[in-house]
Write a new protein. Structure first.
Length: 122
């Protein structure tokens, strides 16, 4: 984890002091001094601050995450992993019966099925 630059660190301190629900009487209610106001505050991160307070300031959030080396990871939600019948990409779903990853692929699959059915009748 890298250090925050001075400007970003000052902005983080200001945001923590003004909007963090856990910042009371100059410290954190969970453990005395707030991590951002200690000697090592530029290299420490607080999960509550990152998830609940920091998203209020998008520019600061971006600078903070770049300097801390935090990358965004898209989370896939779903119990079942499937291969889309329309585009052959992997996707996750909560339903056992879902065959496609999107509405567009569903329409493509429907066209293909109708075409096969129509050709079979001739």
């Amino acid at each position: 984890m890298s250090l925050l630059d001075k400007d970003t660190h000052k902005e983080v301190q200001s945001l923590a002091k003004s909007t963090c629900a856990n910042f009371v009487d100059g410290g954190c209610i969970f453990g005395g001094a707030c991590d951002y106001f200690t000697k090592y505050g530029g290299s420490i991160s607080c999960d509550y601050f990152e998830q609940s307070v920091l998203p209020a300031d998008k520019e600061l959030e971006q600078a903070y995450k770049e300097q801390h080396g935090i990358i965004y990871v898209e989370k896939s939600i779903g119990k079942y992993e499937r291969t889309c019948k329309g585009c052959d990409k992997q996707f996750k779903t909560d339903s056992k019966n879902t065959l496609t990853c999107s509405n567009e692929c569903r329409l493509v699959l429907r066209k293909q099925t109708k075409r096969k059915h129509y050709v079979g009748q001739s």
